[in-house]
Design a protein around this ligand. Sequence first.
Ligand code: AMP
Ligand code: MG
Length: 285
Amino acid sequence: MADKSTQWTSSPVDALRAAASPRVEDIDFTVTPGFSGSKSDGTALLAERGEVLAALQEKLYAHGRTGGNRSVLLVLQGMDTAGKGGMVKHVIGMVDPQGVDLASFGVPTQEEKQHHYLWRIRKALPRAGRIGVFDRSHYEDVLVVAVHDLVPRQVWEKRFDEINAFERELVDEGTVVVKVALFVSPEQQKKRLQERLDRPDKHWKYNPGDVTERGFLPQYRAAYQRVLDRTDVDHAPWFVVPADRKWYSRLAVTEILIDALEKLDLQWPTADFDVEHEKKRLAES
Ligand code: AMP
Ligand code: MG
């Protein structure tokens, strides 16, 4: 059997980094950057790599339980049907849910509207030893907010520097921040919305506003381009992930997470008791 890991011809962390990716308007949504294998190769590899991810996550959790301060934050952005929910289910779903702090961000509530836009974000940050996942994030405050002029341009313009400083602060406190932008083609998005309409078990996911947003695609592209231009920084990198092939986007995000966890370079906590003595006591009990 071929070693499926070698089907990565270049590391997704390099191949997908925003700085190395095409402009948003030129993204090819169906390609599988860095990966030469087929869908079945990718699916098989995902299951294998899921075990690696789970072991690394357990080590992070053990680190947190023994007083360590490190954590990982995965920011997921993308338009409706880009696969954010599927990423949570199929990638994050491969690790122990005890170690995950998941938050999703919708239209701000009345209470949230009365606070600074980072207020609700700060409250949802991952605890030590956890993988935090943001299904949408503070980036909505420079994406949908800019597209629909929800605040004046001079207000959201200032947010890029503020977001960079905020993420710098998170990194300094021990969080590894990785940001994934999922890009689905308009055609594929149409198919996925159609499926939501055709299947009664998917109606709950359908929002008439999603079709309205399709009329703003050029504005969203420009808004995403600004985000990538202004906030793809080494301390909190953006990865641009083509999302028409779900098997690829899930595999790519798995690798991005594995890389983030490996960079923590954690060790299993050592026992704070005498192991040999305890073995003896147990045997005698
Ligand atoms: P969903 O992810 O399908 O649950 O949809 C959440 C909706 O909330 C999307 O339409 C987002 O654009 C919207 N949303 C999230 N954050 C904000 C925000 N800060 N301001 C306005 N709308 C937002
Ligand atoms: Mg939705």
